[in-house]
Design a protein around this ligand. Structure first.
Ligand code: SF4
Ligand code: SF4
Length: 412
């Protein structure tokens, strides 16, 4: 069972380079409703406003990991504030090969879990291949370039296409085992996307199908996948199964549709007083969902305080009301990326991928990434013949032809 208790104050103070937490009395300031704070926080003030991040046990190793995990591409200020709050797991830590490992992590290496994220070779996550030797050499090189000495976790990025591939392609696992013998990695994990109905991935299956097989396979310790608020029976079933088996789970792409909601002032004005979408979501994820840890993207200290200050806090009735309102709103506008519609499209349009890229643009404001990824698709939304078949397979009842046409207009 996951332990969502906060870390002890004594341990917490040890993690902090300065005792900024003497009195965790920080207060979220700023405009009510929008959550866009006008306060200019220092790193210490932001950390004080968020306080101790709850810790959980992740996977069979029982390692105690901050509920919110960080990433190698997190901006410096929220990263340093996160460290002061006890953030101790770093996804994509090999990104620091380019920029240098932050001193605050390098000087306290044993207090942090650093993950190397490994892609397929000779192609992208649709058509690239698994290659034991190349993965082995890549990780060795990343250990050398970062100077971290070893990686705690080796992650297979984007995951397996199908349960069949998991069984037959063991090159990634073999590369891990070789590196583990040399003390260069310790734990095996993956991030899993859904490939059901993807025209570039024959025989592709949903993330939940592959993840269930991964847990049964017993080699991987934990996994990261798309999950957010609102009904998701397939992933909820998987989460229950994972928890029973002691398999660790991390939710990513958690803030479904919140970016666009914040631009809709009429919607924001209807939210209960003193509630912001990211903060309510963090409360919900920490206290009501079955995930062990989450990735929630923040760009600056204001977003850090707004979002992360909800971690471990009670979901008040007004937060629950906000989550219900957000769900109703997001279900009309923002795809949850489950891929259930895709196998039913006669044109084999990668609906979930298109709507994932649209989320990068509209919610995360990452237009360049969204347009680059969209340009690389071999089949785009303009191949849609408006047959409507997909709509009845979307649990959200999303008007898919309209949504992908809008995405094409934005990204095409
Ligand atoms: S409406 Fe468009 S996206 Fe939906 S199934 Fe038909 S062709 Fe595919
Ligand atoms: S459009 Fe609907 S069914 Fe398709 S991936 Fe998105 S949420 Fe799932």
């Amino acid at each position: 069972m996951t332990d969502k208790k906060g870390i002890k104050r004594r341990d917490f103070l040890k993690l902090s380079s300065t005792a900024v937490f003497a009195g965790l009395t920080g207060r979220l300031t700023g405009k009510p409703h929008t959550g866009i704070s006008t306060a200019a926080y220092t790193i210490e003030e932001a950390a004080r406003a968020v306080g101790e991040l709850p810790r959980v046990k992740l996977g069979a190793s029982g390692r105690e990991v901050s509920f919110i995990i960080g990433s190698g591409d997190l901006a410096e200020a929220p990263r340093e504030a996160g460290i002061l709050c006890g953030m101790n797991y770093w996804h994509k830590a090999n990104r620091w090969a380019r920029t240098g490992v932050p001193d605050s992590i390098l000087k306290n290496r044993e207090a942090h879990y650093c993950q190397v994220t490994v892609d397929r070779v000779e192609g992208d996550h649709y058509v690239g291949r698994i290659d034991e030797e190349e993965h082995y050499q890549f990780v060795k090189e990343m250990v050398r370039q970062t100077g971290l000495g070893y990686f705690d976790d080796m992650q297979f990025h984007f995951g397996y296409h199908s349960t069949e591939e998991l069984k037959s392609e063991r090159g990634f696992v073999r590369a891990f085992e070789r590196l583990k013998k040399q003390g260069l990695v310790k734990h095996l994990c993956l991030s899993q996307h859904g490939y059901a109905g993807n025209s570039r991935v024959p025989g592709g299956q949903s993330a939940a199908e592959v993840l269930t097989a991964v847990v049964e396979d017993g080699v991987y310790e934990h996994a990261q996948f798309m999950y957010s608020y609102g009904a998701d029976p397939e992933m909820d079933k998987f989460l229950e199964f994972a928890r029973k088996k002691g398999f660790g789970t991390t939710a990513m792409k958690t803030a479904r549709g919140i970016g666009r909601m914040k631009k809709d002032q009429a919607f924001i004005d209807k939210l209960p007083e003193g509630v912001t979408p990211h903060n309510a979501l963090m409360r919900w994820l920490t206290t009501q969902s079955q995930v062990d840890t989450v990735v929630m993207r923040v760009r600056n200290l204001n977003e850090f305080v707004e979002s992360y200050s909800g971690a471990g806090k009670t979901l008040r009735p007004k937060d629950a009301q906000a989550i219900r309102m957000m769900t109703a709103q997001a279900d009309k506008t923002a795809c949850r990326l489950c891929t259930q519609c895709q196998p039913h499209c006669p044109q084999q349009i990668p609906i979930a991928e298109i709507l994932r890229f649209e989320r990068y643009a509209v919610d995360d404001h990452d237009w360049r990434k969204a347009r680059d990824l969209y340009a690389r698709l071999d089949r785009k939304a303009d191949a849609c013949v408006q047959c409507g078949t997909c709509v009845s397979h979307c649990s959200q009842g999303l008007l898919i032809p309209d949504r992908i046409a809008a995405a094409h207009a934005l990204l095409g």
